[in-house]
Design a protein around this ligand. Sequence first.
Ligand code: NAD
Length: 701
Amino acid sequence: MSSIVSYEIIGNVGVISVNNPPVNALSQAVREGILNALNQAQSDASEAVLLLCEGRTFIAGADITEFGKPPQPPSLPEVLTAVENSKKLVIAALHGTALGGGFELSLACHYRCAVASAQVGLPEVKLGLLPGAGGTQRVPRLVGVKAALDMLTSGKPIAAEKACDMGLIDEIIPSSDLKADALNYVKDLLDSGAPLKRVRDINIDPSSIEPGFFDNYRKQLSRRARGQIAQDRIVSCVQAAVTMPVDKGLQRERELFMELLTSPESAAMRHIFFAEREASKIKDVAKDTPVREINKVAIIGGGTMGGGIAMCFANVGIPVKLLEIDNEALQRGMGIIRKNYSITVRKGKLNEAQMEDRIKLISGITDYADLADVDQVIEAVFENPGIKKVVFGKLDEVCKPGAILASNTSYQDIDDIASATSRPEDVVGMHFFSPANVMRLLEVVRGEKTSDDVLATVMKLGKKIGKVCALSKVCYGFIGNRMLSGYGREAQMLLLDGCTPVQVDSALEQFGMAMGVIAMGDLAGLDVGYKARHARTDLQKDPKAYRIADSLVESGRLGQKSGAGFYNYDATTRARSSDPEVEELIRSEAEKLGIQPQQFTDEEILQRCFYPLINEGALILEQGIAQRPSDIDVVYVYGYAFPVAKGGPMYWADQIGLKNIYDKVCEFRDKYGEKYWTPAPLLQKLAEEGKTFAQWSRENG
Ligand code: NAD
């Protein structure tokens, strides 16, 4: 027996133990070990076989490092067939997280027991795949079609007790000693003469499914799946579980799994999976850099962002002090926090008691002296460098040595802010995205003097509060907002060139963006950008690009909050509709500028909107603002809802070919002018060398 899988007989039970740290992934050695042990058990003195894992979890999924490599026997379906066909009972004992292939293996067992803290799930959909080892055939047989589809298409894990209620697990066992408690359960089964129960033998009655059920389910999915095809294929598999004999269903599942495995969508999603893990690693900061202890946090400013950030910490049990300018502002901020939590309670994701516990962790203050004991401060006051510097000057006076002083600024220079303190090494940017308690991205901004341990601490803290962290150096707008400016600008220019807002937004939404950029402006409030533009110097101002947006604001159309912006909004449903008056305004402004309206295809709209992102991304890379192209992808997927099935802008660019993009940028330069379109030198270089950003990244360490 391999050291990764061991087999012993305890009493009358053959016990197979998997020991493949850290998560007992289903590597080739694990599959082979289980198969060998199972074969041995068939002819020894054991009366039943118990399958369990050592360490912190049951098998938590496939070994994804084996993806894309030639498959090594035995395959997982082969192991599952052997388990299912065993003439002795096979019982799985689950603890930790039994996910993906691990959970599918347990579904082939005749019985499943689990400790209450265990979770089960089939998260393949998150990588653009489907469970390819019987999950789509066995889960509906156990829990019914609707519950199976919800589980398979969301990929969300399910807690053991709920899984037991649903029928995915047969028994919850005590958690004092996994092996002993599981053996007791096996003994009970043997004593009661429990039969060999095979999930495959359960039949689903097709007449129990309402006509049109699958079509309706697909329709609902297409709204949230945004360019992902795995959800659709999962529905096909579950449909097969209802309409085909089990072996045919399993074959169908295998075929569709193979289709997804080689699909561009899954490749893009796997890219993001690895990119996300890579992004938190800072190339020149040692992995073992000691981190500072963060037990108490303070947020300065309890507005839109400050309140959301405070919630992030309260959600993981870290006490937060929220400082505002006066009591009135404080009460307003605390009120918004309560309102936001109440929405979560209404959705059933939190109960009242949990809400109160979290709110209790947030204490409002108005006196800077109360910050003396905090380990970490995050400033989220108005986006004004003068005000921010005054705040940092005060923090420098009152905070204890070693406290980390972070700013949530969207654009300002962290080094300038740090210069207001006597400890620039403790100053860092922590750029959250709105709503801060929901959006996953955290841009960590490294100042000139930010120390390594501050960076390491903030990366760890970000992870603790559930964020995906990416590092940026200092520049106007950091990675995300800096790249965004060309995207927003071109969408506006397309209107002047002859597109309607609906046409631009539909092309972007069809591509997979959650919301088109024009509608996004309405959601954020058109006055926000207006104020920012008007605060710029004459040299930076561009009276042409934002002409329409400016006139809308000046006529009181501020976006959703005023009921109208580029679109009109229904007062109750907030549904958007186009407004002929806006279209007329666009036409007349274009005419004043002497622009002849043209026709654009969706592809051209995407090129105009996204190629500036890619071009700016190339500049950001060569300037060393971002560490890697994949970090930029992470920023766009988690901070700006770029479709994960496209893998982020830089990955997408690699798929299109940098030469194609470079040529188009040059064409746009010749047509629309250098002011808007200047190819980044790195884009030109890679296009000429026939390389991708990914290759460049590998070559540059
Ligand atoms: P906001 O206007 O909603 O809130 C700012 C809060 O700071 C107000 O409640 C104000 O009373 C308080 N405040 C001002 N001066 C203060 C001081 N000296 N001491 C204590 N409190 C003070 O603003 P916001 O949208 O939450 O933005 C805050 C910061 O976050 C800005 O730097 C902004 O650029 C950044 N940011 C905003 C967003 C967003 O989408 N709103 C996203 C990312 C980052």
